[in-house]
Design a protein around this ligand. Structure first.
Ligand SMILES: Nc1ncnc2c1ncn2[C@@H]1O[C@H](COP(=O)(O)OP(=O)(O)O)[C@@H](O)[C@H]1O
Ligand SMILES: [Mg+2]
Length: 280
């Protein structure tokens, strides 16, 4: 801060009053100008810090997604391949046992084969949930379709997808953001809502993307959520908000006991968000 000399008030008597009053006004004006300049500098420094913080937070987010990608690949190509080979092996032994007419052994090998296939299925599903290759290869519509189908099969919740994207690709960061928010919101529906059905609606307005995840479940008092977010006990919704804000977006949550829940993400798209990078 620039130190500003305090203007001294005009003396009660002596000298020409007008000149003294002019001097006083000038001094006050100078002080106001100096304060305004200081404020401007402070504001610019806050804006710069905010920009630096966003860049840093986005880098952390990228590293996290990259780590998930790596783990997903390792699960799929490592343990996944080994389990596939194991299943084939057990299948061959089972075929041999069938030829030998040993019913007891056949039974046990059949069980072992079922277990191996189930472990393979779980490993592939976990790998896709960590980071579906579909998202990178085919984009949001395909990945959301897969997510809805998988969660539906696993939990019995009826999940409908309405997307205006028409398989259009967006910037990879935006695709990842929308996918993660949908994943988190649907996890909440499954965990807390006791819902019959849920709907994912993805709409494109003039220059904004609007994502809504609606459910017909128990709903809840959002005032309690605000308190939980403040005390740090709600990490899911807080995380959704933080991620949305990184991209200049916002999350709105509408709910009431017995009235279901709507989670809405609104994201203004600039020209680079609305399409994949030229070389990507
Ligand atoms: N779709 C939903 N239906 C009912 N309650 C919900 C729903 N989504 C969130 N909630 C409520 O909001 C709380 C906070 O959610 P969240 O921040 O994701 O934390 P967590 O899932 O770990 O409890 C939940 O504990 C739940 O009470
Ligand atoms: Mg949650």
């Amino acid at each position: 801060m620039t130190p500003v000399p305090e203007p001294s008030p005009p003396p009660i008597s002596g000298g020409t009053r007008e000149t003294e009053a002019d001097d006083f006004r000038r001094a006050v004006l100078q002080q106001v100008e100096a304060l305004t300049a200081d404020n401007q500098r402070l504001l610019q420094s806050v804006v710069r810090s905010e920009r630096r913080f966003r860049t840093l937070a986005k880098s952390v987010w990228h590293v996290q997604e990259e780590e998930r990608r790596r783990l997903a690949r390792e699960l799929h190509d490592g343990i996944g391949q080994t389990l596939t080979a194991l299943a084939n092996q057990v299948q061959r032994i089972l075929d041999d046992a069938r030829g030998a007419g040993n019913l007891g052994l056949e039974h046990r090998l059949g069980d072992a084969l079922d277990l191996t296939r189930s472990a393979l299925h779980d490993t592939r599903e976990l790998s896709r949930l960590l980071r579906p290759t579909l998202l990178d290869d085919l984009g949001l519509d395909a990945a959301l379709n897969w997510l809805a189908r998988t969660l539906s099969e696993r939990t019995g919740l009826d999940i409908e997808l309405q997307s205006a994207l028409d398989e259009r690709r967006l910037h990879p960061d935006v695709e990842t953001l929308v996918f993660r928010i949908t994943q988190e919101a649907l996890t909440n529906v499954i965990r807390h809502a006791c819902a019959q059905s849920a709907r994912i609606v993805l709409a494109l307005k003039t220059s904004a993307l609007v994502l809504r995840i609606e459910d017909d479940g128990s709903g809840f008092d959002t005032a309690l959520l605000t308190a939980a977010e403040r005390s740090g006990t709600s990490s899911g919704v807080r995380g959704m908000r933080d991620r949305a804000e990184l991209f200049g977006g916002s999350i709105e949550l509408r709910s009431a006991p017995g009235r279901g829940t709507v989670v809405q993400l609104t994201l203004v798209l600039d020209a680079s968000d609305a399409s994949p990078p030229i070389n990507g």
